[in-house]
Design a binder for this molecule. Structure first.
Ligand code: UP5
Ligand code: MG
Length: 186
């Protein structure tokens, strides 16, 4: 991968806002490679190392794991893909994540795709997902919401000030969301 030439889209939005669902559809239609920071972390946790176990504990508390861990996982995945168009889903989750990504990868995103959805809808979706995720219980979900409001919303505000945020309301059907999302990739 030539880092100078890569295109990076950050996909952000609350827990359950449809980041993974829509990224899969963007990959099918527009030829991007999709990396979910959360999926990479869950894979890392399965390695069973001490650092992996520490991450699992933080995720159980809805906390953001150290930037060094996430950015390393992302950088490695991007490099190993040999591709140059990336959807980075669920990252950066705070301003420090963003600063670390910039210094390690060397450039910023092209734009932020931001999924806006009310918490009551998110809660229902997460409780109904039933994929066995350790963080899909009501106690952790509430903590994830708080971390999102306190730490991730400032990232969206940062990019909004720069005019780099594409807003999409996601409390409508998957197809309706994708219709709006598609317009930003055509
Ligand atoms: N669904 C989706 N779209 C729908 C629609 N329009 N209408 C009806 N239903 C819809 O969707 C969730 C569920 O809703 C699914 O059942 C889907 O079918 C349905 P999904 O696409 O999975 O939503 P997504 O936004 O991806 O939700 P996810 O739970 O993955 O978001 P989170 O941001 O909470 O989770 P993530 O995996 O990104 O992070 C998990 C944890 O990892 C974090 O809490 C944190 O502890 C840690 N983390 C870090 O520390 N650093 C990082 O950089 C990233 C993660
Ligand atoms: Mg996801």
């Amino acid at each position: 991968m030539s880092e100078e030439e890569s295109t990076v889209i950050f996909v952000l939005g609350g827990p359950g806002s449809g980041k993974g669902t829509q990224c899969a559809k963007i990959v099918d239609s527009f030829g991007y490679v999709h990396f979910s920071a959360g999926d990479l972390l869950r894979q890392f946790v399965r390695s069973g190392t001490k650092e992996g176990n520490e991450c699992a504990e933080m995720m159980q508390q809805g906390k953001i794991v150290p930037s060094s861990v996430t950015v390393n996982l992302l950088k490695t995945a991007m490099k190993e893909s040999g591709q140059s168009k990336f959807l980075i889903d669920g990252f950066p989750r705070n301003l420090e994540n963003r600063d670390t990504f910039l210094s390690v990868v060397g450039h910023d995103c092209t734009f932020v795709l931001f999924f806006d959805c009310p918490e009551d809808v998110l809660e229902k979706r997460l409780l109904g997902r039933a994929e066995g995720r350790a963080d899909d219980n009501i106690e952790t979900i509430k903590k994830r919401f708080k971390t999102y409001q306190d730490q991730t919303m400032p990232v969206i505000e940062h990019y909004d000030k720069k005019g780099m945020v594409k807003h999409v309301k996601t409390d409508v059907s998957i197809e309706e969301v994708f219709e709006k999302v598609s317009a930003f990739f055509k």
